[in-house]
Design a protein around this ligand. Structure first.
Ligand code: OGA
Ligand code: MN
Length: 295
């Protein structure tokens, strides 16, 4: 009897084109609503290899965005918005990044200013391993999002800094978000030793790639546990000045229909400001980490 013949997997035909910058790749010619298992396996591999993936020309409703996100694993609920609004009605997984005001109420977070370098929600003990951001409306100019390669950042450290970083633990601040806004329900604080947050290893081993990377989280209120404050500040400044060099970064200049997926374990991201009179609406999901960051 003839054996059933399975069609060659589409996944093997996916084109993964590196951005040419310090991180990331674009995957073209694919509709994220209709991926077969082979496509998804190829995307999963590219995600670990490239850390940041751009898919253009998508047409995703919130349910499509949630469905694609869930293929990577269970989702975290979105953080509370700056105005205290908890979630999008009926969809606790969706976080809105937007400057748009409707009926006097901000529909999302982060306004129109700069968002400083950070990794998402690392003020939690078990931060999401990945985030994806889908562009619905974007300004004509500005509002680009930059990504930084934290493997490169670690590898490029001078030997002496690498040695000093080894074995240290760092507090990732839970007071302010990347737009500089106080998180809902948190007391203002600028003492990194006592401000709320979670403590993680400063140098981590990525659980899937096995590669070592720096895990800085964000600069404001960061603290190297056990050090004198001045010593912690000086060492953090030295690490940060190496970490965010232009050659380790890549910026996405957004078009509506862009989806960017990034690995929070080995990247940071930031956003350029844009004209507050223009509209920018992005919807985000965050994928649970299977294991906490480990040294
Ligand atoms: C985020 C974020 C920046 C941006 O969604 O986590 O930091 O460009 N967004 O909107
Ligand atoms: Mn972010």
């Amino acid at each position: 009897m003839a054996m059933p013949v399975s069609a060659p997997s589409l996944g093997e035909r996916l084109r993964v084109t590196p951005t040419g910058g310090g991180i990331g790749a674009e995957i073209a010619g694919i509709d994220l609503r209709t991926l077969d298992e082979g496509d998804f396996a190829a995307i999963r591999r590219a995600f670990v290899a490239q850390s940041v993936l751009l898919f253009r020309g998508q047409r995703l409703g919130d349910d499509d965005l949630i469905a694609f996100s869930r293929r990577f694993g269970p989702l975290d609920w979105a953080p509370v918005q700056e105005n205290g609004r908890r979630f999008v009605e009926g969809k606790p997984e969706i976080y809105i990044v937007s400057n748009v005001i409707e009926n006097g109420v901000a529909i999302g977070s982060l306004g129109a200013g700069e968002a400083v370098w950070h990794t998402d929600m690392s003020y939690l003990e078990d931060p999401p391993m990945a985030s994806m951001l889908y562009a619905i409306e974007v300004p004509a100019k500005g509002g680009n999002t930059g990504f930084c390669n934290m493997y490169s950042a670690y590898e490029a450290l001078p030997a002496e800094l690498k040695r000093r970083a080894e074995g240290l633990r760092i507090k990732h601040d839970g007071t302010y978000n990347s737009g500089g806004y106080l998180r809902a329900g948190v007391a203002a604080s600028d003492d990194p030793r006592t401000s709320p947050g979670a403590v993680h290893p400063l140098v981590c081993t990525h659980p899937e790639s096995g590669r070592r990377c720096l895990y800085l989280g964000r600069r404001r209120n960061a603290y190297l546990v056990g050090l004198e404050l001045a010593e912690s500040e000086a060492l953090l400044d030295a690490l940060w000045s190496c970490a965010t060099r232009d050659e380790f970064t890549w910026y996405n200049s957004w078009r509506p229909g862009d989806l960017v997926l990034w690995d929070n374990r080995c990247t940071m991201h930031r956003r350029d400001p844009f004209d507050p009179a223009s509209r920018r609406i992005m919807h985000r999901t965050q994928i649970k980490g299977a294991e906490r960051p480990a040294a």
